[in-house]
Design a protein around this ligand. Structure first.
Ligand SMILES: Nc1ncnc2c1ncn2[C@@H]1O[C@H](COP(=O)(O)OP(=O)(O)OP(=O)(O)O)[C@@H](O)[C@H]1O
Length: 307
């Protein structure tokens, strides 16, 4: 399948540090695949390997059976948005697209079509990119990725900086692109964004894939137990542990296999104040919160020091 992205056992090491650890997944035509993971999980690194910007330590990524670097005129096959801020700030948006069109051998009429598609006005297109808002840069980056009418799109955090209307616009754009048979891979560190846009999900944490598959199947996943946060979450978790429950850190609280009433009882016995108590919903959300728990715990620590 010439539109398929196939990631095969990719590992990327920086010295002793393993940024991407034996990662495998595929992105299929007609589907939007969301690549989801907390900051530093290895999403950008994987996408850089995918687009030939960084060599893998081992493993291979092919797009339609070829390495990106072996594609002739790659922009005609694969649209890439890796870092929307990387555009030359001194050029206008129109110049950025005109240069891209020239390099890909496309007519300049394509520039206006793309500006139109991403809703950058005539005036905005003549402004220098350094004066663009982040959202405008993302729109320009998406226009640039789509210039060559590629069959495959690889977008790193494309929703970054877009307002809710912008996110909805992007979702419609990518959905219709996939409906026409395109392959889309987009990364995000925000579950809600990916949940809205993707058909398939690949979850990565600390360089390893922790879950992947059809979004609906994953969201129906394994959500059990109760999600708990408290004014003093560590004390609350400790009290439950002493009562014989097992707690698993999740977001700014933890998940526990216990009924809300039993958690309430333990809180009352220990004079602790609960601030949130609800069914641990989608398996994906709890999995994602568990993945990100460490960073959140660090922010607790800081808050305690500050107080
Ligand atoms: N050139 C490099 N040298 C050393 N370490 C690197 C290099 N590039 C990335 N890393 C490390 O690899 C890990 C993965 O980074 P990466 O940018 O792929 O994460 P990410 O999932 O895209 O995160 P974010 O959501 O923050 O963009 C991080 O710990 C990062 O510090």
């Amino acid at each position: 399948m010439w539109r398929m992205i196939r990631v095969q056992s990719v590992t990327k090491r920086y010295g002793d540090f393993v940024a991407v650890d034996d990662v495998s997944f595929v992105c299929r035509p007609g589907r939007v695949t969301g690549f989801l993971g907390p900051n530093g999980a290895g999403k950008t690194t994987t996408m850089r390997v995918m687009t030939g910007l960084t060599p893998a330590t081992s493993g291979r990524i092919t797009i339609g059976g070829h390495s990106y670097r072996d594609l002739p005129n790659p922009g005609r096959h694969v649209g890439v948005l890796l870092d929307a801020s990387a555009q030359h700030g001194g050029r206008t948006g129109r110049e950025v697209l005109a240069l891209g069109a020239h390099l890909m051998g496309l007519p300049t009429s394509r520039v206006d079509e793309m500006l139109d598609l991403v809703s950058l006005s005539e005036t905005e297109s003549r402004r220098r990119v350094r004066h663009y808002s982040l959202g405008m840069r993302q729109r320009l980056g998406i226009a640039h990725a789509l210039l060559g009418d590629p069959a495959v799109l690889i977008l790193d955090e494309p929703a970054n900086g877009l307002d809710p209307a912008g996110i909805r616009w992007m979702r419609d754009l990518l959905t219709s692109y996939a409906d026409r048979g395109g392959t889309v891979l987009l990364s995000s560190h925000l579950l809600n964004e990916v949940e809205l846009i993707a058909d398939e999900m690949v979850l990565i944490g600390r360089g390893r894939i922790v879950a992947q598959g059809d979004k609906r199947a994953l969201l129906q996943g394994r959500g059990t137990g109760t999600f708990v946060t408290a004014v003093d979450p560590s004390a609350m978790a400790a009290a439950l542990e002493r009562t014989g429950y097992v707690t698993v850190p999740a977001g700014d609280g933890f998940r526990v296999e216990a009924a809300p009433v039993d958690i309430g009882r333990v809180a009352a016995e220990h004079g602790l104040v609960l601030s949130d108590l609800r069914p641990a919903d989608g398996g994906l959300e709890s999995l994602f919160l568990e993945l990100t728990a460490e960073e959140q715990r660090e922010s607790f620590g800081n808050a305690e020091v500050a107080a």
